[in-house]
Write a protein that binds this ligand. Structure first.
Ligand code: NAD
Ligand code: UDP
Length: 317
């Protein structure tokens, strides 16, 4: 396999750091760009001595830094964006800009270099879905002005921009629709459910189930998700593709599972359900199975156990 010069935006984030590890293991050279708005240097601290990895601090709401435009690229992964409801509501304008302006700047760069560019879209494009499970052909059910709109609509714009650069300029593009992914290095302060429950259970605090907890998510372990990204990038398929694990669970059942795995006696309490919280979400991954021969391999019990072990160490418990 030939090795590539790869640009990863959001490399200090949860997914970006795991993607960096996996691409480095294949022998590629990586430059990561991150503003650390929701990510952390700690996520890539283990790569400090790695000659084929460097990390540049830049906010991509601005024009691309010269350290990026002075180099040429074979592959670009655009992952930079606040990703949790807490994160994108706190950074609404950044979320809109990094998924729109930065996407277009990176498309221009990809066009200049003849690079292939991969953009991180999301199951949020389906909104609070009326079709279940969600196939890529479903157009979604999104509130354009709601409390998730800065994220959902920015990601939908990102997909539109990607297709426009492909159709009008011939840019070589890939679009992944990521479904809820979890694992080590998720930020502990951005409210995402798996880490919120694990942290609460390990500390003996109440697990905060929002609403009745009947809403569902389908959780993919990070290692599987990253394998799907790399397979999609190196495939010939350019239309949006779901990458996620169809193993669906209600949030109340997830809270009970995590409490049990942590050996915790925390109580489960119910807090208000945020507005526009999708009631159900599950990927149809027929396309990924057919085109990439990809499917998740790590069962929820195993993935959660690994994640609990990571946060136990991190919290010193
Ligand atoms: P994350 O917050 O851990 O990582 C995102 C990274 O992007 C962070 O390091 C952050 O500092 C950086 N960033 C954000 N705005 C930036 C800017 N303006 N300039 C430079 N860097 C910036 O989140 P993640 O879970 O790793 O998500 C990565 C991507 O995957 C995001 O685009 C997200 O929308 C998408 N996604 C993730 C999930 C998931 O379950 N993890 C689901 C759907 C989509
Ligand atoms: N959730 C919860 N308690 C928490 C955090 C989240 O019950 O402490 C629920 C939330 O209401 C949503 C689901 O868990 O239904 C997933 O939330 P998350 O923020 O992880 O991601 P989302 O899929 O909503 O973007």
């Amino acid at each position: 396999m030939s090795t590539h010069r790869i640009l990863i935006t959001g490399a200090a984030g949860f997914l970006g750091s795991h993607l960096s590890d996996a691409l480095l293991a294949q022998g590629h050279t990586i430059v990561g760009v991150d503003s650390f708005v929701t990510g952390s240097k700690e996520n890539v601290a283990h790569l400090a001595g790695e000659k084929r990895f460097s990390l540049l601090e830049a906010d991509l709401v601005n024009p691309l830094p010269s350290a990026v435009t002075e180099k040429t690229w074979d592959r670009i992964y655009h992952l930079a964006s606040p990703a949790s409801p807490v994160g994108y509501v706190k950074h609404q304008i950044t979320t809109l800009k990094v998924n729109s302006l930065a996407t277009m700047n990176l498309m221009e760069l990809a066009q200049r270099d003849g690079a292939r560019i991969f953009v991180a879209s999301t199951s949020e494009c389906y909104g609070d879905p009326l079709e279940h499970p969600q196939k890529e052909t479903y157009w979604g059910h999104v509130n354009p002005i709601g409390m998730r709109s800065m994220y959902d609509e920015a990601k939908r714009f990102m997909e539109a921009a990607t297709m426009a650069y492909r159709r009008e300029r011939g840019v070589d593009t890939r679009i992944v629709r990521i479904f809820n992914t979890y694992g080590p290095r998720l930020a502990q302060n951005d409210g995402r459910v798996v880490v919120a429950f694990i942290t609460q259970a390990l500390r003996g605090e109440p697990l905060t189930v929002q609403g009745e907890g009947s809403q569902t998510r389908s959780l993919c372990y990070v290692e599987d998700e990253i394998q799907g990204f790399m397979a999609l990038m190196e495939s010939d398929y350019h239309l949006p593709m779901n990458i996620g694990n169809p193993d669906e669970v209600s949030m109340l059942d997830l809270a009970k599972e995590i409490r049990e795995l942590c050996g915790s006696r925390s109580e489960i309490i119910h807090t208000p359900l945020p507005p526009d919280d999708p009631k159900q979400r599950c990927p149809d991954i027929t396309l990924a199975r057919k085109i990439l021969g990809w499917e998740p391999r790590i069962a929820r019990q195993e993935g959660l156990a690994r994640t609990v072990a990571f946060y136990r160490r991190k919290l010193g418990m």
